[in-house]
Design a protein around this ligand. Structure first.
Ligand code: RIB
Ligand code: CA
Length: 338
């Protein structure tokens, strides 16, 4: 069992990732820390507190950075809704009063000192909290089992600007700082996560037939996904959604499902058109690598695990291959789906 902290900017796919992690016996969810990204950290923290209640999680939710290290905050309400859950929480007038602004980075460092290599951090938002934690105690952070970061795009187009992925775009300075710190870091990039797609008809079938997910959690998932899928339909003409953050969790659930390559990754921090762009040098002789990049995934094993844990259902291999796998980035990543 791997002990994890999820650092999140919840967000709809973040919520799915947290539900997936909570239902994964391979993981022990130690704490959820929150950071501004998809929505401001106050909204993210409310969402984390709601998920804590609905999932009966016995853990702390600690709020973190409200702003990136240097930049203005850019959020994505058009993707996730103003409350980060497609309007579900605000629409139901859910608000937790008994929380206060905290120091997530300090709490991350405390966990790092206590757990060392037993701890992994699944970072599914901008890396701001992680940068503060490394600045606070780099030695402790270099001793943890590693960070799995959903983020970056290396061989294709971005989802925020032409060549940038959202988490890197929001706080490139934080990503740059962590990359230069020597902390063990695995990227689960857009190149990989956009090769798996969850069509609306399959999600609807899973939600309609599940006996595992019920009540308020099912309503939250249904409503927030409806908003999230509407965005994908409007912008990409795709009738469904991507599962960026759940795939990052899967990299800890079962790393054997993934193919990783060593790389020397750099993040652009000052370009007008390219700020947040991630560049990978795969010539890693002489120990030059500073991270790994997930370039392949056994999509069938992930999707089967995800569907079983969230909905208690499976997706047939035929449907998976026909509807859930996309070779958007061409041959350099396609071997991953064999
Ligand atoms: O680019 C996708 C990532 O940015 C996901 O983590 C999504 O939730 C947003 O944070
Ligand atoms: Ca996220």
């Amino acid at each position: 069992m791997t002990r994890i902290i999820v650092d999140t900017d919840a967000g709809v796919d973040d919520a799915l990732a947290i539900i997936y992690a909570a239902h994964s016996p391979e993981l022990l969810l130690e704490m959820i820390t929150t950071v501004s990204g998809n929505v401001p950290v106050e909204e993210v923290t409310q969402n984390a507190l709601l998920l804590k209640r609905l999932l009966s999680l016995d853990l702390d939710v600690k709020s973190g950075a409200s702003l990136p290290l240097k930049r203005q905050l850019v959020t994505a309400p058009e993707v996730h809704g103003g409350d980060g859950l497609g309007g579900y929480r605000i629409g139901n007038n859910i608000h937790f009063k008994d929380w206060r602004t905290d120091d997530a980075a300090e709490k991350i460092v405390e966990s790092a000192r206590r757990l060392g290599r037993k701890l992994k951090i699944v970072s599914i938002g901008p890396m701001t909290n992680l940068a503060y934690a490394v600045a606070n105690d780099g030695d402790a952070m270099r001793k943890i089992g590693g960070i799995v970061q959903m983020g970056g795009v290396f061989h294709g187009y971005g989802n925020t600007t032409t060549f940038t992925e959202f988490n890197m775009y929001v706080d490139p300075d934080a990503a740059d700082f962590v990359l230069k710190s020597g902390v063990k870091l695995d990227f689960v990039p857009l190149d990989l996560t956009e090769k798996i797609f969850m069509p609306r008809n399959i999600l609807t079938s899973l939600l309609n037939s599940t006996r595992k997910m019920s009540g308020e959690l099912k309503t939250l998932v249904t409503q927030s996904l409806s908003y999230y899928m509407a965005y994908h339909r409007h912008t990409d003409g795709l009738d469904g959604c991507f599962l960026h953050d759940p795939i990052a969790v899967a990299a800890v659930v079962n790393p054997a499902w993934f193919k990783f390559v060593d790389a020397f990754v750099s993040v652009e921090t000052s370009g007008i058109l390219t700020s947040g762009m991630t560049l990978a040098d795969l010539r890693t002789g002489k120990g030059r690598s500073n991270s790994r990049i997930a370039t392949g995934i056994d999509a069938r094993l992930f999707l089967d695990d995800f569907a079983r844990k969230l909905f208690g259902r499976t997706i047939s291999a035929r449907v998976m291959k026909k509807d859930c796998m996309r070779d958007r980035f061409g041959p350099e990543f396609s071997n991953a789906l064999q």
